[in-house]
Each structure stands twice: as structure tokens, then as C-alpha cells.
Ligand binder design. Sequence first.
Ligand code: F0G
Length: 457
Amino acid sequence: ELPYAEPYKIKMVESINRSTKEQRLKWIKKANYNLFNLTSDKVFIDLLTDSGTGAMSDKQWAEMMIGDESYAGSSSFLKLKKTVKKITGFKYFLPTHQGRAAENVLFSALVKEGDIVPGNSHFDTTKGHIEFRKATAIDCTIDEAFDTSKIHPFKGNIDIQKLKSVFKKYPAKKIPLVILTITCNSSGGQPVSVQNVKEVSKLCKQYNVPLFFDSARFAENAYFIKKREKGYESKTIKEIAKEVFSYGDGMTMSAKKDGLVNMGGFIALNSKEIFKQATVFNIMFEGFITYGGMNGRDMGALAIGLDEATEFNYLESRVEQVAYLGNKLVEFGVPVQQPIGGHAIFLDANKFVPNIPREEYRAQALAIEIYVVGGIRGVEIGTVLADRDPITRENRYPELELVRLAVPRRTYSNNHMDYIAVALKNIYDTRNEAKTGYVITEEAPIMRHFTTKFKKV
Ligand code: F0G
């Protein structure tokens, strides 16, 4: 049999900079040991995020040229609206400038002080928008998700018993919605099964609570369903995605991921009433309802991107590239969240650098080391990201201390993956030398991870 090869060839290239370890040591100190403070020319392989960092196709770029920039009733908007309807099945659609803007608009209509919003490890902006409204996000993810070495095909699933106990504890009027994130970024890019979606949907209907999907990586989720769930082997990605959406009431979307664009987002939903309320906030925060903060040309490129992202051949090359890197790391013994997620590798810092005290931000320390050794930029998903408890102001120590290496879509080659794997092996082989981490010298009151300043212990 012939080996696997990507279903695309390269039409345009972008140079990236190599640097020395000495240079990087100097740069990261100057950046107050926060990887967000590094300018991109100081990074060789940028795995900070898979959000808005992918490569658009020739067809998307062609669409950019015919974008309709009319303030109202743009034909690019109509193209996007039609594609969103085709792919999600939801009746109403509102464009926004990115995913958190969709959250802001939707939650402005739905979430009030004192409310409870259950879900599967809400993403930090989602949680931020909930807590900003003095409401509470409750994590109902299955316990298996918090054991990185446990193999489970759908670690993004909601534990039905946990969800049921939330529904029993609080009156339905206090629970404006349930948010199911597909795939679940915070637990490692882990998918949710159709069976789980159905069970969650059934329970939500029973308690009269709307179910919304945080759909940033819905296509990657559908790919895992096709590969792992019985009965879905011969369904197309588009059929699977549409079936998943059919069990919910609406969605928010960060189009920067599975929309294959650099910027954009939207809300889609079935309730005319919620749509009407959200429309008011969309106009206030985002722009008129036929652009919502996006350029016409970007809406056109997104329409094409959604179509491309829900094609099997594209998804196979994307998800399997991430698995290629992950499997190399597993071979080297490096502790990673398993099975490998759809968009990123999640290194388990609790197992990787257990000698660095938790209070000294061991995942942050590991992320810095990866940059210093390889010029590779990942991101901490641990105590720094988890922020302080809004009431006690104490650090919240999450069950998992992770470093995420997110792989941009259609951007790096497998040579880059090999380079990353060897850099990590080298760090892993000398891990016992790492004994101290960092302390915070300055931080913001909410979503601190972007701007926190650190110094070495
Ligand atoms: N929901 C999920 C699951 C996300 O991963 C993100 C963003 C958002 C919502 C917010 O979307 O960035 O367009 O405003 N995740 C990026 C990341 C930032 O790096 O994982 P946004």
C-alpha cells in the first residue's frame, strides 16, 4: 500500500525565523516570561493557537476578491447565511466578529446574575462571559477526561448524572442554557459522541432548558464520530454535523477554527424570540445584522471555509497530522492527554515536571522551557489560565496542569512535527533538573493569562 500524503499542494509560502537558545533566553526574560508578549518574529514554530492561524485555500482567496462590502444586504452575507443553514440546519443566523463576541451577544440575551450554566469544561472566554454576568458555570464533564492516560473515545462527553443533579438542585428558570463544547478544547480537544448529545438533549428537553453548542471545532468532532462511533462509519461529515446540531436549539461559533478563516464568528439558532433579543445586542456590540463586525469578503471566505472544513479528505489530513505528532511523543514516553485530541497536543505538566511546585505554575514553566529549547510557542492551560476564584480571590488549581501545543490548519509540514517531537524528547530526558518555577509579579483581575508578568523563583 502507498503511504499517506496530504490532499493539497502549496501555492504560497511564508518564511519563519530560526534563532539561538541564547537569543530566546534573552527575549523571554524581556517578555516577563509570558509567551503572549513575544513578537512572532521571535518564534520558529507557533503553536500558541489553532485559532485564526490556518491557511486559506485558493478558492477562499478567490472569494475575497468578489466580497460585497454593502452595509446592508450584502450578497456575501447571503452566501454565508445559506451555507450556515445548509451545514447546521438552524433557522436564524447572526454574524459576529469572533466566537467570544457570539457568546457576548447570546449571553446578553439569556444569562442573568445568579444563573447557572452547566456544560463540559467551558472554554475560558465562555466562562469569562458567564462569570462577568455574576452567573456560574458548572463543569459536568465525565471523570475520565481528567485522567490523561485513560483511553476513552469521547472524553468530551457530559456525565448525565452530574447534569441531572444540577437540574435537580436549581430551578429551570435559573438555568438559561446548557453549553456543549464540540470538540471540548479545555479537556484536550476531546470529542463528544452523538449518543451523549442525544442523552443531554433529552434531559434538557425534560427540564425545559435550551441546549446550545459551542461549535468552534464541530467538524473535527464529526470526524471523530465517523472514526469512533458505531453506526456512523459510512455517513458523511456533513451528515454527522447536521445530525448533531439537530439535537440542539442553537450554537455559537468561532469561525477562526473550523471556519478556516482568520477572523469571524456567528450565532445560529431556532428560536425566533431569542433571535430577536440577540439581534438588539448584535447591533449594539457588533454591527448591523448583515455583517456583525465582519467584512463582506471575510463572510464569503467563511462560506467556502465551512464547506471545505466539513470534507473528509481535509479533516483526515488535519486530525491525523495532530495524531502523527502526538503518537511520536507517546513513543518517546512524553506524558500527553490520550487519546490525542483534534487540534492540539496537551502535555501533562503534573507528570512531566512534578518537582516544580504547583504554586510555582509548573505548566507555565514547561511552556517557557519548550520555547527556550526549540523556539516553539505553546500555551499554558493550568493554574494561570484558571484565574482566581471570583469570591475568595485565591488561585484555582485545576485538576489538570497542561501545556497545549495547538496545530494551525494546513500550515506546517510533518518535518515541523518531527522537529517539535525531538525538542520535546530532549526536554523530557532532562526533566528532573527542573525544580523551581515562577511567581506572578503583576496580573489582571479577569482573564489574567494574556498579560500576567512573571519572574523566576
Ligand atoms: N469556544 C472555544 C471552544 C474556543 O476554543 C474559543 C477560542 C472560543 C470559544 C472563543 O472564540 O477566540 O473566536 O473569540 N479559542 C482560542 C484557542 C482562543 O486558542 O483555543 P474566539
